[in-house]
Design a protein around this ligand. Structure first.
Ligand code: AMP
Ligand code: ZN
Length: 471
């Protein structure tokens, strides 16, 4: 499989460090608010990547953090602390906020068929690891203390900017959104590993450390949580494109300074979901959630389908019109699948031949848009329905759209609706006929029998009552 690697800026053949096994790390949500559907685009595409790696026979171990503390990277961060802001907004403690929005995130993942990683670790569960790694970085002279905080010294690295061609000027105060001045830093790009003194001093959660009571910086959590569960060699690190700099750049800096060798081989970045007004952002406060899609009557899987229709390395524009187009395509697709006849033998040779279409698309840097085309091609293919259904079930191990179950629902939903109404009408006429017979109004009873017969229904008077059947 070829995968675009932000580190090499090319599509590289994916070769795991240990044959047959994949270690994969995902930056998890900052749990001060609901995830927006932009965040969830990233998680959907990461889910597809994991499932496709499994589909090809690899054994994947995946780890994700939950940022419940420590999303600050220096005193240069502007505005308020996000977790505190969430807690104040809802008059709850930071941990209550974290629990509530972590559960909400899991619920959203469930609705979108996003499999949760094997290991999910909140940052607050790893304080000892952070301290251990920071102590080691200080020992090796990669970190220094200034103004009560511990900073990583980026000037100690041979190369710091790895993903993009950021220049020092880009880090000038006020140039990049969210950057103010932090006089403690030796170099502009330095970042905080541990805070003890900060303008965000009203933090609720603080821990004892060799440098005083404080809390971790944002970047250290992902490095430590990844290394704790996946060791010193990581195959794939994922996240949205906004994480490439500074978050992932800083993760590489501190992880490689700590382990003393290359840490992660493949960096998988998902481009953003935008609205016509620009990037969707949690901190702006106004954003689209899965619950909102549901309130408006959309099946969340329609949103997953919408995401799969385009490539993860292209930014995607969300409009209701675009979502409606995806819904129309989804409805048509399900209707076609619903018509397939389950009976019959699967033609395995044909199945393997047709599957190549799908595998080729996915092997080419996870081209889900072409994989969806492969799905349509399977429906059009010159083979029997059983083989088509087997192909759809096979692709759906990766696409996770519940295609067969959803199509089945369609079949079941239509019939009872029609049947129920029909049966109720007959039962009502039957009851009227029984009443007429009781009143010895045989003319009326016969009239009802004839009316039913005209509708293709025959009545049979039995000892147990009157039964009806279609002619
Ligand atoms: P956060 O909860 O803000 O830490 O973000 C969770 C994930 O969503 C990260 O991988 C981000 O890079 C990603 N992300 C943030 N905004 C967007 C967006 N508009 N579109 C796609 N992914 C996003
Ligand atoms: Zn991260």
């Amino acid at each position: 499989m070829k995968l675009y690697n932000s580190l090499t800026r090319t599509k590289d053949e994916f070769i795991p460090h240990e044959p047959g096994k994949v270690s994969m790390y995902t930056c998890g949500p900052t749990v001060y608010h609901f995830a927006h559907i932009g965040n969830l685009r990233t998680y959907i595409m990461e889910d597809v990547l994991e499932k496709y790696l499994r589909y090809t026979g690899l054994d994947v171990k995946r780890v994700m953090n939950i940022t419940d503390v420590g999303h600050l990277s220096s005193d240069a961060d502007t505005g308020e602390d996000k977790m505190l802001k969430g807690a104040k907004r809802e008059k709850k403690t930071v941990m209550e906020i974290a629990k509530f929005y972590t559960d909400a995130f899991f619920a959203d993942c469930g609705k979108l068929n996003i499999k949760l990683p094997e290991v999910i670790e909140p940052a607050t569960g790893c304080i000892d690891e952070f301290i251990k790694v920071i102590e080691n970085l200080i020992e090796k002279d990669y970190a220094y203390e200034a103004g009560g905080n511990i900073y990583f010294d980026t000037s100690k690295l041979k190369q710091y900017y790895l993903f993009n061609n950021f220049e020092e000027e880009d880090l000038q105060d006020g140039v990049r959104e969210g950057v103010e001045k932090d006089d403690n830093k030796r170099n502009k790009a330095d970042f905080v590993l541990w805070f003890t003194k900060s303008k965000f001093d009203d933090q609720e959660l603080k821990w004892d450390s060799p440098w005083g009571v404080g809390y971790p910086g944002w970047h250290i959590e992902c490095s430590c949580i990844s290394m704790k569960h996946l060791g010193e060699y990581l195959d794939i690190h994922c996240g949205g494109i906004d994480n490439a700099f500074p978050h992932h750049t800083n993760e590489i800096a501190q992880s490689e300074a700590y382990v003393g060798h290359k840490w992660c081989n493949y960096w998988f970045h998902v481009l953003h979901l935008n609205t016509n007004d620009g990037k969707m952002s949690k901190s702006k406060g106004e954003f689209l959630t899965v619950s909102l899609l549901e309130e408006k009557g959309y099946n969340p899987l329609v949103y997953r389908f919408f995401c799969l229709q385009s490539h993860y390395r292209k930014s995607l524009v969300f409009t209701w019109e675009n979502l409606d187009n995806a819904k129309a395509a989804w409805d048509k697709l399900l209707a076609r699948i619903a018509k397939l006849d389950k009976n019959g033998e699967v033609d395995n040779a044909k199945l393997e031949e047709l599957k190549r279409d799908f595998v080729e698309a996915m092997d080419n840097d996870l081209n889900t848009s072409l994989a969806v085309t492969a799905l349509y091609n399977a429906l059009k293919a010159d083979t029997n329905d059983a083989t088509k259904l087997a192909l759809i079930a096979d692709y759906d191990k990766v696409l996770s759209l519940n295609l067969i179950e959803e199509a089945e629902k369609l079949n079941n939903a239509e019939e009872p609706a029609e049947n129920d109404e029909f049966a109720a009408k007959i039962e009502s006429l039957n009851a009227q006929r029984a009443a007429a017979k009781k009143e010895k109004n045989f003319a009326e009873a016969d009239r009802i029998r004839d009316e039913l017969k005209a509708q293709g229904i025959i009545l049979e008077d039995t000892a147990g009552g009157t039964k009806w059947k279609r002619v």
